[in-house]
Design a protein around this ligand. Sequence first.
Ligand code: GRA
Length: 385
Amino acid sequence: MDFGLNEELVAMKEAARTFTEKEIVPHADKWDEEHHFPKDVIKKMGELGYFGCPVPEDYGGTDVGFLAQAILCEEVSRGSSSVRVAFNTQCLGTVVSILRHGTEEQKQKWVPDLINAEKIGCFAITEPNAGSDVLALKATAKKDGDGYILNGSKTWISFASHADLAMVYAYTDRSQGSRGMSAFVVDMHSEGVSTSNLDKLGTRSSPTGEISFEDVRLPADALLGPEGAGVKIVFSSLNQTRLSCASGGVGVAQACLDASIQYCLEREQFGKQIGQFQMNQALLAEMSAEIEAARLLTYKAAWQKDQGQLGNVRETCLAKYTAGMAVTHCSEKAMRILGAYGYSTEYPVARYYRDAILYQIVEGTTNVQKMILAQDLLGYRKANR
Ligand code: GRA
């Protein structure tokens, strides 16, 4: 067992930290305030290969793996939780499924543009009445000649209003239950597609919206995998996107700890640095323990994926759950250490606090992660596939 990162990973981590410090950190609060989507920065990340880590070189990737991507994702998230979302839209929630289930033509057609961020991606699972209960989604894709006609409404879709391509899940045959769901790659510029933006508490430079599909004509090659494979594709895709939530949570938690340490060393009260007070010391120590645990679980889940275990639902849930808890605890502790300055918009801690809670909601709530883990422990439903 080796807990050290190799030289290549250390160099990538340092380069990502420098990139984040230069391109993201100075602007992140302003972008958040203005609800600005930093598409140019996402494009730069695409050009640097950030989204192509688990992608073979034949499709324009760097093939350095999931662990490498998790490390980059943590560093980026340390600067902006909003920018982190691009790891899912450009790779884990789109490209990884296309690589696993697509034909050679489909891979060539979509993968290079998504990982370069030449095209913006999104993935559309959630509907107004289908959140945790994915199988309750209502969108339909009816066979029409060679292709399909897509109808339905999706909501809470990251990057919806900027997306060129969407992974869309819809029923092709309701009578088949879960086996009647199919996955499609939809050109978002097709006739009948419209989007609208939603407002939210945090992660405000990652636009989130609704998508309406009204009699959208899909060509035959929009179907990913065979008809009916949608349920397998969606759950295995969530098992990859949850990895970026885990590393994203670790990144924001680390940003909370960094800001807390800095403030503890700067601020003086009662004639000494506030870092001298044991109650503040306890908060820092607790934060670092939770972050380290979440980071190790995240590295483990990513490492397993690099060994080919893309069905490691249990370990990915453990990482996502632990990181989600760590980041919310750390953001609250940072707020307590910074006091009124934490609550003010002068320091980024207020943004971390607003962004943190998302990690307990998105890509399967904390309760869903617990359900998956407990059902596996009890032998009711095996998590790893
Ligand atoms: O036996 P079968 O053929 O009916 O298939 C079942 C099962 O074998 C079927 O799905 C299959 N399956 C899987 N296949 C491959 C289940 N898990 C996997 C897997 N990992 N790989 C139905 O399975 P089931 O166990 O009966 O499902 P269920 O009881 O309906 O649901 C279980 C559960 C609650 C855990 C699941 O639905 C779940 O994970 N829900 C959470 C959904 C979620 O994470 N939603 C987030 C949506 S995306 C998002 O938030 C992003 C938004 C922001 C953004 O755009 O970034």
